[in-house]
Design a protein around this ligand. Sequence first.
Ligand code: SF4
Ligand code: SF4
Length: 114
Amino acid sequence: MIEFGYNIAKDRQIDFDKNDKRISTYVRENEPSFKTCISCGTCTATCSAANFTDFNFRKLQLMVRRGETLEVKEEIKKCMLCGKCYLACPRGVNTRNVIIQINQAIEKIENHDI
Ligand code: SF4
Ligand code: SF4
């Protein structure tokens, strides 16, 4: 087999019908600025937690929007709620409150409130 020096990525499909949108809906209702994110990544570039871990807030928001929420609970624990991303966001997304709302949504799902 010829070694080209790279691998072909595995096929990946997103099934929106199977994904769980409860967190996304809850955050949109309680922090409307969540809808205005353009996935630019400025929040991740300035993130304090990303300096010490592999935390990627841009990616986490995408996962929530897609309803791919299995990893979100563990990932979000890496955030220190410092609020630096909120100051840097060009769209004015209240990222700190987005994180708080995601945590609240997870708690409500666990208590069968939503
Ligand atoms: S900086 Fe703001 S607009 Fe850019 S990815 Fe982060 S939350 Fe979205
Ligand atoms: S609030 Fe969380 S996501 Fe935002 S910069 Fe601080 S550690 Fe990173």
